[in-house]
Ligand binder design. Structure first.
Ligand code: HEC
Ligand code: HEC
Ligand code: HEC
Length: 432
C-alpha cells in the first residue's frame, strides 16, 4: 500500500516536472487582443463602474501600504520561502502601469502574466480574477487610469532558489488557474448568480476561507471550510449549522458583511475587518444581500478549526453590564479584564457603550485555542466605518505574554463558558 503510494507520488512528481519542462520551452508568450462588448459603458459611467469593481475586488488591500499612497504598492507578503512585494499599479509611466496596454492588463488579471511575459506569484489572486468578465477588467483598468500617478519603484522580492525562478509557477498555473470566465448557473436566479460572481471572482472570499493543499492551492473539495491566514482563523463560512454559519439569518450575515458586526455573533477582526473596511462596506445593499444569499447555499462542511458557539453559557448567569455576577475570581486574567477591558465590553456579553463590543456568541471567544482573541488583543481591530471611536485598541505593548494569555483565557471562560488553553509561549509566538 505504502509502496504503491510512493510510486504514485513519484509518478505525479514526474508528470508535474515534465509539464514544467514543456511549459518552459513552449509557453505561449502570446497576447490576445481585447475588446469590450457593446454593453460596456463609456466615459465617466465606465470610470464609476470601474471604481465600484476595484473596491469589490479589494485591489487596495494589497496594493496600498496602510497609511501610504493609494495603489502605489510595496506591501510585503511573507511566505515560507521569502518575501514578495505588491507592485505600483498607479498610472505612473515609469514606475507604475501607465504604459501598459489594455491587453497586457487583462492578461495579468486573467493569466497572472506580467508586462514582459514573466509569471506572477499567486499572492496576487488571479486564480479568482481569472473568472472576471473582460468588460469588468477593462472597467477596473479605466478607473485605475484616473487615480493619482505615484512615482514608486517596485521593491525587490527576496525569495530563495528555486522559488525565485518565476517559470516554476507555470505547471502550477496550468493546474490551478481557471481558463474561462465565470458562467451564470441556469438553475439559479439573478441575485444568486450575482452573489456567486461577487464571492468567487471579485471579493475572492476563498483566498482566505478555503484551506490549501500541499501545493498551496485552494482545495475545491473543502470550499469555504476555514483556514488560518496571517495568524487569524478565517472561519468556516459554509452552511454547516455548528461549525459554519448555517445558524445565521440572512439579515445577520448582511449586517456582518456590511458593518463588521452582527449582534449575537461578535465582530470581524484581522483580514476580515480590512476586507469590510476597504471593500465590502462600500457595496450596495443589493450586492450584500446577493452575497448572503449565495453564501447560505454553499454546501455544509464540518471544520476542526471552529468550536461550537454557546450563546448563553452558565458563566454569564447573573452578570450585568457593570458586574460579573458570580463569575468572579482573583486570577490575573480577571484583574486585567476588570481594569483594561470591562469599560468597553461590560460583563454580560452585550457590550458597554456600544453593542459593537458584544462578545456573547462570538466564534472567537468560543474557541478554546483563543487564536483570534490573542490576535485581537495584540493588534486591536480598526473598522474605519466607525470613525475610530470605541474600537478595539492594541494591547501588545501594554501587557506581558503571561497577562495576555491570562486575559484571553478569562474571556474564553466567561463569555464562551469554555476552558481556554492559551499559553504565554503561544502569545510570544503570535507576536512574531
Ligand atoms: C491579496 C493581495 C492582492 C490583491 C487583492 C491584488 N493584488 Fe495585484 N498583486 C499582488 C502582488 C503580491 C503582486 C506582485 C506579484 C509578483 O511580483 O509576482 C501583484 C501584481 C499585480 C500586477 C502586476 C504588476 C506588475 O508591475 O507586474 C497587476 C497589474 C495587479 N497586481 C493588479 C491588481 C488589480 C487590478 C487588483 C484588483 C482587481 C489586484 N491587483 C489585487 C497582490 C494583490
Ligand atoms: C475602547 C474600547 C475597548 C477596549 C478598552 C477593549 N475593547 Fe475589545 N473590542 C472593542 C470593540 C468596539 C470591538 C469590536 C470590534 C471593533 O469595532 O473595533 C472589540 C473586539 C474585541 C474582540 C473580538 C471579538 C470577536 O467577536 O471576534 C475581543 C476578543 C476583544 N475585543 C477583547 C478585549 C480584551 C481582552 C480587552 C482588554 C485587554 C479589550 N477587548 C479592550 C472595544 C474595546
Ligand atoms: C483577507 C482574508 C479574508 C477575506 C478576503 C475574507 N475573509 Fe471572512 N474572515 C476572515 C477572518 C480572519 C475572519 C475571522 C474574523 C474574526 O474572528 O474576528 C473572517 C470571518 C468571516 C465571517 C464570520 C464567521 C464567524 O463564524 O464568525 C464571515 C461570515 C465571513 N468572514 C465571510 C466572508 C465573505 C463572504 C468573504 C468574501 C466576500 C470573506 N469573508 C472574505 C478573513 C477573510
Amino acid at each position: 500500500m505504502n509502496r504503491r503510494r510512493t510510486l504514485i507520488t513519484i509518478g505525479a512528481l514526474g508528470v508535474v516536472g515534465a509539464i514544467a519542462a514543456a511549459c518552459f520551452f513552449f509557453w505561449p508568450a502570446s497576447i490576445e487582443a481585447v475588446q469590450a462588448t457593446d454593453a460596456q459603458q463609456t466615459g465617466s459611467a465606465l470610470v464609476a463602474k470601474g471604481e465600484y469593481l476595484t473596491k469589490a475586488a479589494d485591489c487596495a488591500a494589497c496594493h496600498t501600504v496602510p497609511g501610504g499612497k493609494p495603489f502605489a504598492g510595496g506591501r510585503a507578503f511573507k511566505l515560507p520561502f521569502g518575501t514578495i512585494y505588491s507592485t505600483n499599479i498607479t498610472p505612473d509611466r515609469e514606475t507604475g502601469i501607465g504604459r501598459w496596454s489594455d491587453a497586457e492588463f487583462v492578461r495579468a488579471l486573467h493569466r497572472g502574466i506580467g508586462r514582459n511575459g514573466e509569471d506572477l506569484y499567486p499572492a496576487f489572486p488571479y486564480t479568482a480574477y481569472a473568472l472576471l468578465s473582460t468588460d469588468d477588467v477593462l472597467a477596473i483598468r479605466a478607473y485605475l487610469s484616473t487615480v493619482l500617478p505615484v512615482t514608486a519603484r517596485n521593491a525587490d522580492n527576496t525569495l530563495v532558489f528555486p522559488f525565485n525562478q518565476r517559470y516554476v509557477l507555470r505547471a502550477w498555473k496550468l493546474l490551478f488557474v481557471p481558463t474561462r470566465p465565470w458562467k451564470p448557473s441556469a438553475t439559479h436566479d439573478a441575485a444568486w448568480n450575482r452573489g456567486s460572481y461577487l464571492a468567487e471572482a471579485l471579493a475572492h472570499c476563498g483566498e482566505c476561507h478555503t484551506p490549501r493543499n500541499l501545493m498551496f492551492a485552494t482545495k475545491s473539495s473543502r470550499k469555504y471550510a476555514g483556514a488560518v491566514v496571517d495568524g487569524w482563523k478565517a472561519y468556516n463560512i459554509t452552511s454547516d449549522s455548528e461549525t459554519g454559519i448555517g445558524a445565521w439569518s440572512a439579515a445577520e450575515i448582511e449586517q456582518y458583511l456590511s458593518s463588521g458586526h452582527a449582534p449575537a455573533h461578535g465582530s470581524a477582526g484581522g483580514g476580515m475587518a480590512e476586507a469590510i473596511d476597504l471593500s465590502l462596506r462600500h457595496l450596495s445593499s443589493e450586492d450584500i444581500a446577493a452575497l448572503a444569499r449565495y453564501l447560505r447555499t454553499v454546501p455544509p462542511q464540518r471544520s476542526e478549526l471552529a468550536a461550537r458557539v454557546v450563546r448563553d453559557p452558565g458563566t454569564l448567569n447573573g452578570a450585568t453590564a457593570w458586574s460579573p455576577g458570580a463569575d468572579r475570581d482573583e486570577s490575573a486574567g480577571f484583574q486585567v479584564f476588570a481594569s483594561a477591558c470591562a469599560s468597553c465590553h461590560g460583563w454580560d456579553g452585550n457590550g458597554q457603550q456600544t453593542g459593537n463590543a458584544g462578545l456573547r456568541g462570538s466564534r472567537s471567544v468560543n474557541d478554546p485555542d483563543g487564536t483570534n482573541v490573542v490576535r485581537a488583543v495584540l493588534e486591536g481591530i480598526k473598522i474605519g466605518a466607525l470613525g475610530g471611536h470605541n474600537t478595539m485598541p492594541p494591547f501588545a505593548d501594554a501587557y506581558s505574554d503571561a497577562e495576555i494569555a491570562a486575559v484571553s483565557n478569562y474571556v474564553i471562560g466567561h463569555f464562551g463558558g469554555k476552558q481556554g488553553n492559551v499559553t504565554a509561549a503561544e502569545v510570544r509566538a503570535s507576536r512574531d
